[in-house]
Design a protein around this ligand. Structure first.
Ligand code: NAD
Length: 316
């Protein structure tokens, strides 16, 4: 598995990252055995980056990931773990007091002494000025205390990243995590890449399958896309199936192709999905993208290209 540098962190992480939200059963029930086996298979096949949050499955994802990582039985410096703070089943709280308490709770669930990256989770739901003036300074203290190594921010609207990065001293925010903006149906992250590179932040792009839109089974009930976007993606998936092609492989390969992105986080909850996604990465390196099918799928998706959905609160 290809390793890519993550901004200025000095970390080299696998181009396919393991998104652990499905381990919180948010895309359907997952047994503990399947969760642990998925993590083991991912590591065995060269994935060294694992992302979770206390929000996923109301802490279940962190607990499952912790069990899976423990079962690896390898030295702690052989894998990179990111979790998040500020978003919980109970709601949002980006106060210094809550995020400081949050990391101790996460470390206990993950059975770890430190996480590599702690990210403020979906900051568009909080006050961005609080993120700049209170939350990130609290995370800097956690860095000094050795509980986290690097600081990140995540969310859907791309404007949140420029807002925060323009207001914090250079080097304060180490990574950003954007989701659903570098997949076949929505590639708007591409316009922000030069800015992000100029700020030397590591770029994590999540949800190449658009949180299930670009799968044969389709998205979960809670998916926020419009009916129009959902049906266009299902038409694209059906087209690939009829042609004997895999929409997920096409989508994972599309997202992996831009090397300015350090890692593509794919949510996985079975050994089979790990195998398929790692194979997609290896085949991309050997054969390149399936340009013909990609062009056909892009044509099907063109009426909904770059369509997204609202997320967050009015700032100001
Ligand atoms: P995704 O686009 O990766 O899709 C995940 C869905 O696709 C799941 O149902 C999964 O089981 C399924 N899947 C994966 N591989 C498959 C395969 N080969 N064949 C068929 N189905 C397959 O969406 P995601 O899980 O939401 O995103 C990936 C990760 O990124 C998350 O787990 C999380 O760690 C992170 N993320 C973070 C944020 C945030 O911070 N706000 C938002 C979204 C995602």
């Amino acid at each position: 598995m290809e390793l890519r540098p993550l901004g200025n962190t000095g970390l080299n992480i696998s181009s396919v990252g393991f998104g652990a939200s499905p381990l919180g059963s948010v895309f359907g029930p997952v047994s503990e055995d399947d969760a642990v086996a998925s993590v083991r298979e991912a590591f065995r096949r060269g994935i060294n980056f694992f992302d979770t949050s206390p929000y996923y499955g109301g802490t279940l994802s962190e607990k499952m990931l912790g069990k899976g990582l423990k079962a690896l039985g390898v030295p702690r410096n052989e894998y990179v773990v990111s979790t998040k703070c500020g978003r919980y089943k109970e709601g949002f709280d980006f106060s210094a007091e809550r995020v400081t308490r949050s990391i101790d709770e996460s470390l206990e669930r993950l059975q770890l002494d430190y996480v590599d990256i702690l990210q403020c989770h979906d900051i568009e739901f909080g006050s961005l000025d609080q993120i700049v003036n209170e939350t990130i300074p609290a995370l800097q203290k956690l860095k000094e205390a050795g509980k986290i190594r690097f600081i990140g921010i995540t969310g859907l609207p791309l404007g949140i990243f420029t807002y925060v990065l323009d207001r914090v001293p250079s080097g304060t925010v180490d990574v950003i995590l954007s989701y659903c903006h570098y997949s076949i149906n929505d590639s708007t992250l591409v316009d922000l890449l030069p800015y992000l590179k100029s700020k030397s932040v590591g770029i994590i792009s999540a949800s190449p399958l658009a949180m299930g839109l670009l799968t044969e089974n389709g998205p979960p009930e809670w998916h926020p896309a419009s009916p129009e976007l959902k049906s266009a993606c299902q038409a694209a998936a059906a087209y690939c199936k009829d042609k004997g092609k895999s929409i997920t492989k096409l989508a994972v390969q599309y997202s992996l192709s831009n090397k300015d992105i350090s890692t593509v986080l794919v949510g996985m909850n079975s050994v089979g999905q790990v195998e398929e996604n790692v194979t997609a990465a290896l085949e991309l390196a050997t054969f390149g993208k399936d340009q013909e099918t990609l062009a056909e799928v892009e044509a099907i998706l063109s009426p909904v290209k770059n369509q997204t959905w609202p997320s967050g609160i009015q700032q100001g």
